[in-house]
Write a protein that binds this ligand. Structure first.
Ligand SMILES: Cc1ncc(COP(=O)(O)O)c(C=O)c1O
Length: 427
């Protein structure tokens, strides 16, 4: 096929559809069972940190540097040496870091719930006592952020993503104009799903955002801070440093975890915030828990030793993920690009590729793909309320399946995207 679909005659389009429909029947007959739906590391990646499971083996090895017995209660904000490790990794003062359990999503959920129940520093009232609470949601974005809002009755306002981050003109306009807008979700490096890293200007504009709400919070979910794949990775400005010590410092809630460094579900998560935020949060957290799992925190310190140890380890992940991303991108280039009906991101890191199809064809493509035995993230999931207004975005997650499964899976996606487009315009 050399012509774009938009350049074909009706006859040519009909012939193309007949060919693809036959191919689709043949694909279905294979009884595939492939999964490209969630951004999980593969078993090979998990095995990279296998010996982390063995670094602590007796009571003596559970003693921290300062003599703390990590098997016992204490250190509400986490093990000091683990806070130091993440401090040097993220360039955030250790005293501003709260280590939690195994999940940053859990910490984000709790942070929103605390704000609903108690308010945050600067809140005239708990958010839950207001008639309306709204969040800005750059989209396509991370579905689980949107689920937190939806489950707590927070109204979501979609803001478009651009190649340099959220549309900042719109973010500034909305944040300044409506005091019921209390927050924004940001995945500033290798965003989920587009793999976009916010430009320096975007980060600077966030650091000085004018907000109508006195208690606005930026939920800065830096989940992919060290998850580079390309040889020349993206660089993200340090927003914590930019805001620290300014009149805006309380506005930042920063999140991170080792879920995709060590083990998702058994890593270490953290939250970083200003001194005033930390003090206010402490009063609530100390009622909720006597302290986090320091044994796991110590395991991470012993295994990685320092920030460089984490960076070296992430190079192994990057080396493993590179061919997977290339496999998906090459297949999109050879199978979908010639049709001229789609575009996609080429991330330099992170866990996802975002595929924009012709308007009005994402749901139909999703249906065809899943009926052919390939699981992908549900169409619409990357938008608030699962509602992609142009019905065109699909999230591809190339990390989990072995490459032998990735190839047929992405071939199915390409075939179905073309078939869905032809079905739409010929019907
Ligand atoms: C942007 C983003 N934030 C948070 C998470 C979940 O992090 P955790 O495992 O620390 O809860 C993910 C997982 O895919 C993610 O993509």
């Amino acid at each position: 096929m050399s012509k774009k679909y938009t350049e074909m005659t009706i006859k040519e389009l009909q012939a193309e559809r007949a060919k693809l429909a036959a191919e689709y029947v043949q694909i279905k007959s294979l009884g595939l069972d492939l999964d490209m739906s969630r951004g999980k590391p593969s078993n090979v990646q998990l095995d990279l940190t296998e010996s982390l499971l063995r670094v602590l083996h007796d009571s003596a090895s559970c003693k921290a540097e300062d003599g703390t017995d990590c098997r016992n209660y204490g250190q509400l904000f986490g093990l000091s040496e683990a806070r130091e490790l993440f401090s040097s990794l993220l360039d955030i003062p250790a005293k501003n870091i709260i280590l939690g359990g195994n999940s940053s999503l859990n910490m984000m959920y709790d942070a929103v719930v605390r704000a609903m129940l108690f308010g945050v520093v600067g809140s005239p009232k708990p958010w839950g006592k207001l008639d309306k609470v709204k969040f800005l949601c750059p989209a396509p974005g991370y579905d689980r952020h949107f689920h937190i809002c939806e489950s707590l009755g927070i109204e979501m306002i979609t803001v478009a993503m651009t190649p340099t981050g959220p549309d900042m003109d719109e973010v500034e306009r909305l944040a300044a104009s409506d005091e019921s807008i209390k927050g924004i979700w940001c995945v500033p490096k290798y965003s989920n799903p587009q793999g976009i890293t916010y430009s320096d200007e975007t980060v600077r504009r966030f650091a000085r955002l004018k907000c109508a709400a006195p208690d606005f919070r930026i939920f800065w979910d830096n989940a992919y801070a060290v998850h580079d794949i390309a040889d020349e990775p993206d660089e993200l400005l340090n927003i914590f440093e930019l805001m620290h010590g300014t009149e805006y410092e309380d506005r930042l809630y920063y999140f991170f975890s080792t879920s995709k460094i060590s083990f998702p579900g058994a890593g270490v998560a953290l939250m970083a915030m200003s001194d005033a935020n930390l003090e206010a949060t402490k009063k609530i957290i100390e009622v909720q828990t006597i302290g986090p799992d320091k044994i796991n925190q110590l395991r991470h310190v012993r295994y990685f030793t320092n920030a460089e140890g984490i960076h070296d380890h992430m190079k192994l992940h990057g080396r493993y993920l590179k061919p997977r991303f290339e496999c998906v991108l090459d297949t999109l280039d050879t199978e979908l690009a010639p049709a001229g009906i789609a575009e996609w991101t080429k991330p330099k890191g992170g866990y996802f590729i975002s595929l924009d199809l012709a308007d009005g064809t994402a749901k139909a493509t999703y249906k065809l793909v899943t009926e052919a035995g390939v699981k992908i993230t549900k169409a619409g999931a990357t938008f608030p309320y699962g509602n992609d207004p142009r019905d065109r975005n699909l999230r591809l997650a190339p990390t989990y399946p072995p490459i032998e499964e990735l190839k047929p899976a992405i071939h199915v996606v390409c075939t179905c995207a073309k078939l869905a487009y032809l079905n739409k315009i010929l019907n």
